[in-house]
Write a protein that binds this ligand. Structure first.
Ligand code: ADP
Ligand code: MG
Length: 626
């Protein structure tokens, strides 16, 4: 049995037992010749090697749908059962897998006559939320449903609702939910709304024609449906669940498809990401410490569906024709190993941010119900044991997420305690308490480390300031109104860098000088600020050197760059192989995990060292000492 890879950091209100990924196989009707698949019963099938008909292999899945199965059969048998978890605040995902032409898009989208899983699921989710709000206890909650739609095309995440060429970043929040900042989200009031947004967006999906399938999908399409619930009465809990409906691009044998040029490139990206998907499943099954989710956008996006927090269904689509034999075999093998992946879904519930929880004295509307820090309340147990932990801690100094969870736990405890008596956090189950206290301890020690680091930096900066010779030309200049950096020719400046920084060829080299705070402003004791301004030609040269190294350097050479570790170096190499050379340093933003902020600090850290020997740029030239 595979082991669960990681516990969610989210606070599970109602932890679920482990949920194995459900795997069903759907066989498409045969279009020519003798089929090489034979169904045995509602769970099993066998594949016949057409070169040697005695050679058969049998497989068993949660369900096997033969070629007569309808969209309705698949929906009610495998998809509908997971949707009910959405209203419990738990995630669900449905993923169609298989080679090109095996029926993935037919299964997920279908046609007007035979609607697929996507329209059926949307109709039901909207219906479910409507019905839930009509139930007597439903009055307590309000529901909203919204959708986003994206495709992963050549390792780029593209918005299908508001198409642009921008590659959207994939992020993970503190509760390990996968997010895509900047992705368009549309509120759905009715099924009509869904059709209005979804149908034109589907046409935006990147398609091309291959020999196997006239409208072969060249991208992985992901429909994200968000079901949010908000409690109308105190304690105003919120639940958010995500439904992920995925129509994968099919793996392709480029010899059979006749792919050339762009299609070959697309196909390589598709095959590479499906290969990573297979490696992820292997790692989960073997309980490996590292699951390579980040090696492709697809797996990064599926992180919370495979080995994560969702109730997941994989529909493996297979084609019966003999020329699909190898593709079918590999699809069945993937499906068989996916059966063993175990997820751990949980209900994610949050309480409003602590900011709204004012002290009763500040907020009469709260009626004393809020769990506000430090507020002594009537009927509160006087013993220190019974004091809520939140009232003993300096909440304003703690991480807001931590505070929110702490207050949430106390609130939960209060509800479980019944009779309106406020029970302290110390009565919460030991496991939760210990985890919370441990996290608190880690936060404190991290804070402490940061403070020490800051002190060290300040001390070093002061020392440096004291060492700096006074009679510098520019230090005599009138006080500047703000911090400013100046770059001076070395010959003009006696700097602590001394002779070592002198260029060998006698060429004029520029150094960066720091200029402190306004004299007499009382800020002299503060750490001096450094700013880097380079002469434009040197800046251009440095950038050119960096780009050359990015394009030609080995992983080892890439690691010589500041802020580039082993992982980033490998991601850069992978990006380069997939997309060709970097044209400018900012292209790094397209590399997985690199944001504009990362690239800016990377550039800052490497500008000086990448000036190299001031001779024409050489890709892996040794860097000048910092
Ligand atoms: P994929 O998305 O896997 O590349 P498609 O869904 O585009 O494959 O299916 C290829 C062709 O087979 C389409 O013309 C589709 O209508 C047809 N098809 C697939 N599955 C079925 C099915 N179960 N019943 C009837 N036709 C099907
Ligand atoms: Mg398709």
């Amino acid at each position: 049995m595979p082991s669960q890879q990681r516990a969610s950091m989210a606070e599970p209100r109602r932890a679920c037992p482990q949920a194995r990924v459900q795997v069903c196989v759907r066989l498409r009707p045969c279009s020519q010749g003798d089929p090489c698949i034979r169904g045995l019963n509602s769970r099993s099938l066998e594949i016949i090697n057409w070169r040697n008909k005695k050679e058969t292999m049998q497989y068993q899945f949660d369900t096997f749908y033969g070629d007569k199965a309808t969209q309705h059969d698949i929906y009610t048998g495998s998809v509908q059962p997971v949707l009910r978890h959405l209203l419990e605040g738990q995630n669900a995902s449905v993923l169609a897998y298989g080679p090109t032409g095996a029926g993935k898009t037919h299964t997920m989208l279908g046609s007007p006559e035979q609607p697929g899983m996507v329209p059926r699921a949307l109709r039901d989710v909207l219906q479910m939320t409507r019905e839930a709000s009509c139930l007597p206890e439903g009055e307590e909650w309000s529901y909203s449903v919204s959708m986003s739609y994206l495709e992963i095309y050549q390792e780029k995440v593209l918005d299908l609702l508001e198409p642009s060429h921008q590659d959207l970043p994939i992020r993970e929040d503190r509760d390990r939910n996968i997010l895509i900042p900047g992705l368009t989200e549309r509120e759905l009031g009715s099924f009509g709304d869904f059709e209005r947004y979804f149908l034109p967006a589907s046409c935006n999906r990147t398609m091309a024609s291959t020999r196997l399938n006239d409208r072969s999908s060249r991208s992985h399409a992901v429909l994200l449906v968000r079901v949010a619930q908000a409690q109308r009465v105190p304690p105003y809990r919120r639940r958010v669940a995500k439904l992920c409906l995925i129509d994968l691009a099919g793996s392709e044998d480029n010899r059979r498809t006749g792919n050339r040029g762009l299609q070959l490139k697309e196909s390589s990206a598709i095959n590479a990401s499906l290969h990573v998907l297979s490696k992820v499943v292997d790692a989960l099954n073997q309980g490996l410490p590292r699951v390579p989710y980040r090696d492709s956008k697809l797996t990064r996006l599926l992180q919370d569906s495979l080995g994560g927090s969702a109730h997941s269904v994989i529909i493996a689509n297979i084609a019966p024709e003999q020329h699909f034999y190898l593709d079918t075999l590999s699809t069945l093998n993937f499906a068989a190993k996916s059966k063993q992946v175990v997820n751990r879904p949980f209900t994610q519930e949050t309480l409003p941010a602590p900011a709204v929880r004012k002290r009763p004295s500040e907020d009469p509307a709260a009626g004393g119900e809020g769990v506000s820090p430090g507020a002594k309340r009537p009927h509160e147990d006087e013993s220190p044991e019974a004091e809520p932990l939140s009232s003993l801690l300096p909440l304003e100094q703690l991480d807001p997420g931590l505070v929110q969870r702490l207050l949430g736990l106390e609130q939960l405890e209060k509800q479980q305690g019944g009779g309106g008596r406020r029970l302290p956090l110390l009565n919460t189950p030991r496991r939760e308490r210990v985890a919370l206290l441990r996290q608190l301890e880690e936060t404190r020690s991290e804070l402490q480390k940061l403070k020490e680091k800051q002190k060290e930096l300040e001390a070093a900066a002061l020392l440096d300031k004291a060492r700096r010779p006074k009679p510098l030309q520019h230090s005599k200049a009138p006080s500047r109104p703000c911090k400013q950096a100046v770059v001076l020719p070395l010959q003009q400046v006696q700097t602590p860098l001394g002779k070592e920084a002198m260029p060998k060829g006698g060429e004029e080299i520029l150094v960066v000088q720091k200029v402190g705070q306004v004299e007499g402003s009382g800020a002299e004791n503060e750490a001096p600020a450094w700013e880097l301004t380079l002469r434009p030609d040197l800046l251009a040269r440095s950038r050119k050197n960096i780009v050359a190294l990015l394009n030609e350097g080995s992983t080892k050479e890439l690691r010589t760059l500041h802020r580039i570790g082993d992982k980033k170096a490998r991601l850069i190499m992978a990006w380069r192989q997939l997309h060709g050379p970097f044209t400018q340093v900012e292209d790094l933003e397209k590399v997985e995990g690199m944001t504009a902020k990362h690239v800016a600090s990377f550039l800052k850290a490497n500008l000086l060292s990448s000036l190299g020997s001031l001779s024409p740029p050489a890709p892996a030239s040794p860097r000048a000492p910092q």
